[in-house]
Design a protein around this ligand. Structure first.
Ligand SMILES: C[S@@+](CC[C@H](N)C(=O)[O-])C[C@H]1O[C@@H](n2cnc3c(N)ncnc32)[C@H](O)[C@@H]1O
Length: 213
């Protein structure tokens, strides 16, 4: 990769400023040692939510709420975000961040629970966008069939850290996270219901559209 390509990517990550609530959530994430979508990855979530006018969104892996706030920034005013995290400390921090940002209680539900237990309770085809950002290597692949089931035709699947911090393209990298992401990318590639691309934004972002049928 050329040096100018590397500096282009760095530049795009800082092209837009984040809102004060998002910066606050990012700070809390840092204090708690929780990862968060990158600045560019967050901007992409906002744009995608706005592009599909996402009224019903699922965010798997709430963390301290950076992705939740970014999604809400792109959703219409009557949109509802469901965000799920297995760690009570994380859901607590995210709820506080959403409240501090002035998000009305009826616009978001932050659920404390394992995605594997919570997602099956959500309605088939009931969602416009599903974002997956879970740091347990086993989870993203396990979540994929549920995520596809939840999406309406034309709905969008977004998986953050899809390149496992840029390790996926390097065949020498065989840790559990990287292997799991390779398997997830292969499964998406082979799934006729999904039209997909991978963007080198942040730690890599998979974006796929659920096709009719
Ligand atoms: C990288 S952080 C999410 C960051 C968040 N999306 C953001 O941008 O602010 C990953 C999160 O996945 C959560 N997680 C890990 N395993 C999970 C599971 N089985 N179900 C739900 N959440 C899980 C972790 O507790 C952690 O908060």
């Amino acid at each position: 990769m050329s040096a100018s390509k590397a500096s282009s990517w760095t530049w795009t990550e800082s092209w837009l400023e984040e809102s004060p609530p998002v910066r606050g959530a990012r700070e809390r994430a840092g204090e708690l040692g929780i990862g968060a979508v990158s600045t560019g990855g967050g901007a992409l979530l906002t744009v995608l939510a706005a592009a599909v006018q996402a009224r019903a969104v699922v965010d798997v892996g709430t963390g301290a709420g950076v992705s939740a706030l970014r999604l809400l920034e792109g959703m219409p005013a009557d949109g509802v975000l469901t965000s799920i995290d297995v760690e009570a400390e994380h859901t607590g921090a995210a709820r506080a961040g959403l409240q501090a940002a002035g998000v009305r209680a009826n616009r978001s539900r932050v659920i404390h629970g394992d995605a594997a237990a919570v997602l099956p309770r959500l309605a088939d085809g009931g969602y416009d966008l599903v974002h997956v950002d879970v740091d347990d290597a086993r989870v993203p692949g396990a979540v994929l069939p549920e995520a596809v089931r939840l999406l309406r035709p034309g709905g969008v699947l977004v998986v953050s850290d899809a390149l496992a911090r840029d390790r996926v393209p390097d065949p020498a990298q065989r840790d559990a996270r990287t292997t799991a992401m390779r398997e997830l990318l292969r499964a998406v590639h082979d799934d006729d219901r999904l039209l997909a691309t991978v963007l080198p934004v942040g730690a890599g972002v998979l974006v796929a559209v659920r096709q009719p049928g």
